[in-house]
Ligand binder design. Structure first.
Ligand SMILES: Nc1ncnc2c1ncn2[C@@H]1O[C@H](COP(=O)(O)OP(=O)(O)OP(=O)(O)O)[C@@H](O)[C@H]1O
Ligand SMILES: [Mg+2]
Length: 323
């Protein structure tokens, strides 16, 4: 049963140079208890997508089109007050660069307790502290550090505290935006393992945002590849990883080490993503694509279904399939 269904979502920003098309026509669905990873280069719209689902866009941000159905209800028709009830209790977000989001003047225990009180006022102090203790245990933080201030924590500990805070209200969906980017590889691996057990033990659904396709493939059931504001390939992890079909996905896969750690094939993707204020009419990747033909530049891309669960936005893939 789908917990989240996003249909034809387009989001942009008013800028001094004009309207910037940050997310264009994105559709996907996420079942309860499953994880979906969004991957793509810097600026492709991953954070904008997450912020739109949370309805936390900055004042110049605008959801131009689409529907965001959460538990069957369209979040775009909710009032601000209704969204406040849903945010953190139902959908929590671990923000990009969240490590610095802890308030430096309050003890970590008080910040997490505050989050619990705000959304579950019926809890008494002992119950709330008991819950914080359980959360600390779950995210692998030592109980005797609960009363520390954030500056007494390492980066990895801060990130775990942020995850504990996101879990405090037992949300159904967590959107984790690059939660491990600033951490060293060992701590990153530990947090990825915890993310997996989050799903096993809490049954929470996760949207995991990263520029690293190997991380997303490690922890997510489904993968959405984004390029210049569009979803360009979408499918089950094995399908996208074993049979990458969009030339951008192929390039992305060869620009990261494989899951087994082989690095010999590392290939940067030449060129730059297009300007999103005036995006190209045809395929947005065509200028950098080694497989592009004239029609790719002159016609908008079309979705091709490779399997019922794997689709790709590309002219060339259709030709290869004998269209
Ligand atoms: N507040 C804003 N005002 C104007 N443009 C913005 C704003 N926030 C983001 N953008 C633009 O929207 C596009 C998408 O940005 P977004 O932050 O969603 O990308 P991203 O995929 O999360 O990138 P990164 O991997 O660097 O975090 C980019 O072109 C970015 O410059
Ligand atoms: Mg981002």
């Amino acid at each position: 049963m789908a917990l989240l269904v996003v249909e034809n979502l387009s989001v942009g920003y008013q800028t001094q140079n004009g309207y910037l098309h940050a997310v264009e026509g994105v559709s996907f669905s996420l079942d309860a208890g499953k994880s979906l990873g969004f991957v793509g280069e810097s600026g492709c719209g991953k954070t904008t997508l997450g912020m739109a689902v949370m309805r936390l866009l900055p004042s110049n941000g605008l959801i131009r089109e689409g529907r965001i159905l959460f538990d069957g209800e369209d979040l775009l028709t909710k009032t601000d007050e209704e969204m406040r009830q849903i945010r953190w209790q139902e959908i929590a977000m671990i923000f990009q660069a969240a490590m610095n989001a802890l308030n430096p003047v309050h003890r970590v225990i008080d910040q997490i307790t505050e989050a619990i009180y705000t959304h579950t006022p019926s809890h008494n102090k002992n119950e709330a502290h008991e819950q914080v203790r359980a959360l600390f245990k779950f995210v692998g933080l030592p109980e005797d550090r609960m009363r520390d201030y954030p500056h007494q924590y390492s980066g990895g500990m801060k990130q775990r505290a942020i995850i504990a805070m996101a879990l405090a209200c037992k949300p159904k969906l967590i959107i984790a935006d690059e939660p491990t980017t600033a951490l060293d590889v060992i701590v990153q691996d530990q947090i990825l393992e915890e993310t997996k057990s989050l799903q096993r033990e809490f049954g929470v659904s996760i949207i995991y945002i990263s520029h690293d396709i190997s991380i997303v493939a490690d922890i997510c059931h489904d993968i959405g590849v984004m390029y210049a504001g569009q979803l360009v390939e979408y499918g089950a992890r094995e399908e996208v990883f074993d049979n990458p079909s969009h030339p951008y996905t192929k390039a992305l896969l060869s620009s990261y080490p494989t899951l087994t750690g082989e690095k010999s094939q590392l290939m940067p993707i030449p060129g730059e993503a297009p300007n999103l204020i005036n995006p190209p009419f045809g395929c947005r990747f065509s200028d950098r694509c080694t497989e592009a033909s004239v029609s790719c530049k002159s016609n908008p891309s079309v979705w091709l279904e490779i399997t019922p669960t794997h689709k790709v936005l590309c002219h060339q893939c259709g030709k290869h399939c004998g269209e």
